[in-house]
Design a binder for this molecule. Structure first.
Ligand SMILES: [Zn+2]
Length: 323
């Protein structure tokens, strides 16, 4: 007899205006003999359709479980595409509606199609023991694997975040993490929900995907969902940035083409060159970009064209980089 049940399940569906259907699906893997008291984890990604790092994580979690199904002792729900039309067309928002899906939660059962889908997604995740919402920055910036936490939920979330094998836990002030996000709504329903940011938009960084997957298995073991060997996890830097004073923001002073010179994730010293803005037409350097202080370069710009004000990187101040 099979030791697990492994099914693709419809979470929500709605009729599109003409003929097509909008369907959100999840991959549920659970022990064949299920009880009422099984723990459940939800792994969610694809709220932003141009962020693809989570696609590999969804695949890899399922692959590892199906390789050793007898070690599963709880429920794993994997949602690869919360915004399926966005994922299919690699658009950040919900195409045709010009809408950021992460600004419509908690949704509304009686609202329009997108609000309805949002409310059904929340209903499906409600009651889980832990949820991970995997993001992948945007096409402009690469992020070190990190967890972002709203300070309102920090007491519940930091213990989970420490066990997630990420490099950084960034506790934000309230204003930077909005109330209309999926994670805020689900945390408000008492489902601990971690927001992961890692890698870069429209790409898959396999190394980061494997790091995240290792962390998910570690968390699953703690929750009694997995009984296999999981090893140990990284000890993350925990930064509290309520006032925005722990981080140097590198904004472009002028427009041009940005050439990075410093490796992502490296420690930098005050005055060290991070990169420079060049003028390809004149063939000259317009402006060197230097570190304003000592710290850890945890965000770097991948997209070379910058306008005045564009973010080129973030440096976590050295005195905050204590593990
Ligand atoms: Zn995102």
């Amino acid at each position: 007899m099979e030791s697990i049940k492994d099914n693709v399940v419809k979470v929500a569906e709605a009729e599109m205006p003409i003929d097509e259907q909008l369907i959100i699906r999840k991959h549920r893997i659970e022990p064949a003999v299920s009880g009422d008291d099984l723990s459940r984890i939800c792994v969610v990604t694809g709220i932003h359709g141009d962020e693809l790092e989570g696609q590999f994580v969804c695949y890899e979690i399922a692959r590892r479980i199906l390789r050793e199904p007898e070690l599963l002792c709880g429920i794993v729900d994997i949602y690869p595409a919360m915004n399926p039309i966005g994922i299919d067309s690699i658009r950040r928002g919900i195409p045709a509606f010009d809408l950021d899906m992460n600004r419509i939660f908690p949704g509304n059962r009686d609202g329009d199609m997108n609000e309805y889908m949002a409310s059904e997604i929340l209903k499906d995740c409600a009651g889980a023991d832990l949820c991970l919402d995997i993001h992948a920055s945007n096409i402009f910036l690469t992020e070190i694997p990190q967890i972002r936490i709203n300070e309102l939920h920090k007491d519940v979330l930091i213990p989970f975040a420490k066990d997630s094998n990420m490099d950084l836990v960034w506790v934000h002030g309230n204003s930077t993490v909005l109330e209309s996000t999926f994670a805020y709504s689900l945390n408000s329903l008492n489902v601990p929900t971690l927001v992961i940011e890692m890698g870069v938009g429209m790409r898959i960084t396999r190394e980061y995907g494997n790091q995240m997957t290792d962390g998910i298995f570690y968390l699953m073991k703690k929750l009694g969902i997995w009984k296999g060997d999981v090893g140990s996890v990284r000890n993350p830097v925990i930064a509290y940035d309520q006032k925005g004073t722990d981080v140097y923001y590198l904004n472009a002073p002028i427009s041009g083409v940005y050439i990075k010179e410093c490796e992502h994730g490296s420690m930098v010293e005050k005055g060290q060159r991070i990169g420079c803005i060049i003028d390809p037409l004149a063939g000259r350097e317009l402006c060197p970009i230097e570190a304003p202080g000592d710290g850890w370069l945890f965000t770097t710009r991948e997209y070379p064209v910058v306008e005045a004000g564009s973010l080129m990187g973030r440096i976590l101040k050295k005195e905050v980089c204590v593990r």
